[in-house]
Design a binder for this molecule. Structure first.
Ligand SMILES: Nc1ncnc2c1ncn2[C@@H]1O[C@H](COP(=O)(O)OP(=O)(O)OP(=O)(O)O)[C@@H](O)[C@H]1O
Length: 584
């Protein structure tokens, strides 16, 4: 139960509704207990009338009517209170579920990039959905049923003992067996339903992949093979479902068997006591009703025990993530204005997970308002430089200075607000183009949005869509071409009007003419900004104030375009190669 202690703060927060729920539950159960008493008493009234005939039929009728009125009243009150009981406990459990999901999501947002590298997306999703659901089952049904069962037990058993102690003993004797049997059965059912869930998620992952990659499947003519794989998976899933149904079918027969056993005991032992004159017939009737009334709570002890165990395991998984500390810590909460000078001094960087030494003894500097181009073969460390400037990773070896101060001395939020970053794989949300651009600045005006799109040379494309900026992208909407995606992503960075602009090979999918147009626009709007352009193309780099050439994590050349084309080396070779490609 240690992991579940995390939920205590929520219990404390919702203590009043929970206390109310407790009072209501106790009251509901007390009223429910009255019903068998009146039924038992009515049986005795009829029995006495039939045996002795001392009372008149009018008196019997009157006594029965009073009893029926009490039965009705107690049932109605108990039903009303049971309704309120659910309203309090279940509603509180839903509220805590909501709070817990928010807590987890907020933690996900705070955690650094390395956390996402270490953990699979499916795992992140299942902890915030399935695990929270299991914890919710503990918060709602489990606690509600526990309170209800305990109350019912105390009230009913105390009453039964006061009426017929021996008969009570015989009546409750099979209960532990019932609880244990249901516990075992619930465990088995839950294990099997976990398997069913697992196969369900395998099936949905499979179909999702198949649909996303449908063009590959079709172009390779693999429809049949794909279909067969689906059938195999689907069959396995069906088997798991059948396994579950088999064990589920035991549930109600087992309950019926155990209730039947208890009923027989009550009739047998109670009947003997009635014959001996120890108790009235009405008591046997009452006990029969109590047995049936207690069966579900008794069964639920086993069910709840399993539910709590599962909730405990789930909460443990949730706590694991909640206790993770972000590897990038914001030490500075105050205002730290950024101008945009960036310096790397003897910087080394190794990715912890792969142990790849991505940057080796890197030193360069770029002043506010200047443009730096980074050229280099694939895997040479270009993106890593940009990620370090965005402080997606911290640098253990060497210096990374912004405005001549260590990057860690800046308020992390302000640093990231000061950066407009266009990643290599332009990611757009399944939302309208407008919202995708405004992601960079939520309160931007329409004119600002259009200007950003014009600067990114994508305004004309967007205007040609039927719904213009309202065009929805992604699964529900249209698919943009690679170049269009890149340009919307550039517009998103530009609209932010940041001090530092980082472009990671984001012009690779646009033609050279459009590239030229965007670069000219950037040159105009980034006069006071620091701009870094990562590219494989000389055309993107040639106008930069400074160019560095990377190879295998080392700076192998640096200078201006004119200096570098006149020096033997990678840049000159690339220049000649791309020049001749252009001419052909
Ligand atoms: N998140 C990561 N975790 C581990 N290793 C990484 C990670 N990102 C990059 N690397 C490795 O670091 C090296 C440099 O990668 P980087 O992405 O910086 O190169 P790049 O020059 O931008 O390449 P490209 O032009 O293909 O984008 C590569 O060997 C790469 O495999």
């Amino acid at each position: 139960m240690k992991a579940l202690q995390h939920l205590n703060k929520y219990f404390l927060f919702y203590k009043w509704p929970l206390l109310l729920g407790l009072i209501i539950t106790v009251a509901a159960r007390i009223f429910a207990v009255y019903v068998p008493q009146y039924i038992g008493s009515s049986t005795d009234i009829i029995k006495n009338y039939l045996e002795n005939n001392t009372t008149s039929i009018a008196e019997v009728r009157e006594a029965l009517v009073i009893n029926i009125a009490f039965i009705l009243g107690a049932t109605l009150l108990s039903a009303l209170l049971t309704f309120l009981m659910r309203q309090t406990f279940i509603v509180v459990s839903r509220r805590i579920e909501f709070d817990l999901k928010n807590e987890i999501y907020q933690q996900y947002q705070n955690l650094s990039l390395d956390f996402y590298k270490k953990n699979r997306t499916g795992d992140l999703m299942s902890r915030i959905s399935e695990d929270v659901s299991k914890v919710r089952a503990y918060l709602g049904p489990a606690i509600m049923n526990t309170v209800s069962t305990i109350t019912m037990f105390i009230v009913v058993i105390a009453y039964m003992i006061s009426k017929a102690p021996m008969l009570t003993l015989y009546t409750v004797a099979p209960f532990p067996i019932l609880s244990y049997a249901i516990y075992k059965l619930s465990r088995s059912i839950n294990q099997r339903s976990s398997m069913v869930q697992l196969y369900l998620s395998k099936l949905s992952t499979f179909t999702q992949e198949a649909f996303s990659g449908i063009s590959v499947i079709k172009s390779y003519g693999l429809e049949k093979e794909n279909n067969n794989s689906f059938i195999a998976l689907s069959n396995a899933s069906k088997e798991k479902n059948i396994d579950l149904v088999k064990i589920q079918s035991f549930f109600f027969p087992l309950m019926a068997l155990l209730i039947g056993g208890s009923n027989i005991l009550v009739i047998f032992i109670g009947g003997k006591q009635v014959i001996n004159g120890n108790i009235e017939l009405g008591v046997v009737v009452e006990f029969l009703l109590y047995v049936n009334m207690l069966t579900w709570p008794v069964a639920s002890v086993g069910w709840i025990a399993d539910m709590v165990q599962r909730a405990e395991a789930s909460q443990e998984r949730i706590n694991q993530f909640l206790q993770e500390k972000p590897s990038i810590v914001n030490k500075e909460k105050g205002h730290t204005p950024i101008h945009g000078k960036i310096s790397f001094n003897n910087l080394n960087f190794t990715y912890e997970d792969t142990n790849i030494h991505a940057l080796k003894n890197i030193s360069f500097s770029i002043n506010t308002g200047e443009t730096l181009a980074i050229i280099g073969k694939t895997g040479s460390g270009k993106s890593t430089i940009l990620e370090l400037i965005g402080r997606l990773y911290d640098v253990p070896d060497g210096e990374l200075l912004i405005d001549d101060k260590p990057i860690t001395t800046f308020n992390l939020n302000e640093l990231r607000k000061a950066i407009g970053y266009v990643p290599q794989d332009a990611f757009l949300f399944s939302d309208s183009i407008k919202n995708n651009i405004l992601f960079g600045k939520a309160d931007a005006t329409k004119a600002e949005m259009i200007q950003a799109a014009k600067n990114a040379a994508v305004h004309n494309n967007i205007s040609n869509f039927k719904n213009g900026y309202e065009t929805v992208l992604g699964e529900r909407g249209i698919t943009l071409s690679g170049g269009q995606k890149q340009r919307v992503s550039i517009a998103r960075a530009i609209i932010k009007d940041p001090e530092i602009l980082l472009f990671d090979d984001c012009l690779s999918a646009v033609d050279t003419e459009t590239e030229e147009e965007i670069l000219n626009n950037l040159h105009r709007i980034s006069k006071n900004k620091t701009t870094i352009i990562v590219s494989h193309r000389i055309s993107s780099a040639k106008n930069a104030d400074k160019i560095i050439v990377l190879e295998d994590g080392n700076i192998i050349q640096q200078g201006t375009h004119n200096q570098l084309i006149n020096k033997k080396g990678y840049y000159q070779e690339l220049y000649i190669k791309q020049l001749s490609e252009k001419e052909h």
